[in-house]
Write a protein that binds this ligand. Sequence first.
Ligand code: ASP
Length: 569
Amino acid sequence: MYRTHNCGELSRKDIGKTVILSGWIQKIRDLGSLFFIDIRDYFGITQLIISKKSVKKNFVLGKEFLIKIKGKVVKRLSKNYNIPTGEIEILVSHIDLLNSSLSPPFTIENQTDGNEEMRMIYRYLDIRRNPIKNNLIIRHNLALETRNFLSKNGFLEIETPVLINDTPEGARSFVVPSRTHIDKFYALAQSPQLFKQLLMIGGIDKYFQIVKCFRDEDSRSDRQIEFTQIDCEMSFVEEVHDVLVFFERFIKHIFKKIKNIQLDPFPCISYSDAIKIYGTDSPDIRFGMPFIELNDLIQRTNINFLKTQELVIGIKIKKCHNLDDKMNCFFKKIENKNFFWIKYLYDQTLLSSNSNLFNDKILKIFVKFFEAIPGDLLFIFYGKKRKTREELGKIRVKVADILNLKNSKKFTPLWIKDLPILEWEEKYKKYKSVHHPFTSPKEEDIHLLEKNPKYVRSKSYDLIINGIEIGSGSIRIHNKNIQNLIFKHLGFSKKEIESRFGFFMKAFEYGVPPHGGIAFGLDRLINLLEGNKNIKNFIAFPKNNYGKDIMINAPSFLEKTKLKELHFR
Ligand code: ASP
């Protein structure tokens, strides 16, 4: 028998019991005739007292040695109320060495001295630490809550293939050469998109899958080349009433269960409004600061150089001017010079970065329009519409960073809908899908689809929380002609449509139900819930920023014989 109890469960009520425990040695203190040892397992830490008399003379112990002990639970003199076992210790009568260990390359405790690279090479040692272990537990809980919630609501979990063909889903696919089919390749699924649609055509009413997806992209703190989606699809649904309402409930359920946070109703705004108000399609709305358009106001003034600008927009930064140094330093670094600021000082004077152009009267017009009060700072950008919005959007986020306005305890979800269906790529002189090619256009815009596709909005939606895209989805096309037209706009010839999507278009001949769905990034969602540091913390064996697994040293070269088998020349 390896244990009667685990290392995290003995307490005052067990005093007097004889117990057997097994675990790794976390700490040893040599007190002359005694050893004080902390042993650790998955469940916790227990303090042992071992009299040197009870062990053989040349008996060696060290950190991370694995031992099994038998002993009596006794009351501890110097209690540690920070851990559940802190009121007892074990007076050891018998000790067995189960395995020895090399001295670990970093401290295996909550606080470690191991750098990220070391911790990744020895990830199994890192996982012994509470912070990583607890993250894996949270991940498990989130997956379990997801499964339970979706199952209770009629969703069926169905696995779909990983080895498929390359599909146009917006990223580069990983490819796998086929041994048996010379010169042919599989692609690893970027998502189960087409399969979940085929399941709907197959009459499955609601589907979900917690699924690995693969995209050959550069890694970032919120992106890995293999990642996990909570992928969902539903039949006979409409965008807002069915999909958004249901998944708002799902996300609220997850926040309640995992964080005990009750989320407010999710606002919903159109993509074009998001761009107009925040300069981005994934706005962080924790800290307000919407853009205020000033073109009309400018026309009523004599500021001629602004009158000719395509767009003049500004933000009001509240209670800001006592952070002068930081802000001034930040202003100096802004590359686009098409901006000016106005400070409304606490003593009511008005300062401006363009003092030679603006007199007090003009400054007062701005202050009134922004409803600014003393202490506020107005920050105004002008120029071409798209660029100006984009730049002020970035500035807005940076200002929030400088002023510490991003409260990590606050979660502000937001639906963004009606994204354009296609986007013109000047570089390639062709359209690309904004979401993916299977996204339905909005009925009221269908008449533009043939001739003016770039003005067509789609029935798509993104869930943004604190500026991070947590999920995205759409109502799908269920009409063959529309699907064909989209493929045509994306530049696929008839032959290509047939060779790449023949199977899918064939299914369109057999009564495709109206359907739609969404996929949430599971790694991102947990990372966000737990403070938004890095998704690697929530993945047992993550890749590094260059897409490498430095523990197993993948990717690696293949042996020549293997290459030959795969017909590589
Ligand atoms: N397959 C899509 C994606 O991976 C999600 C969806 O449209 O449901 O982004």
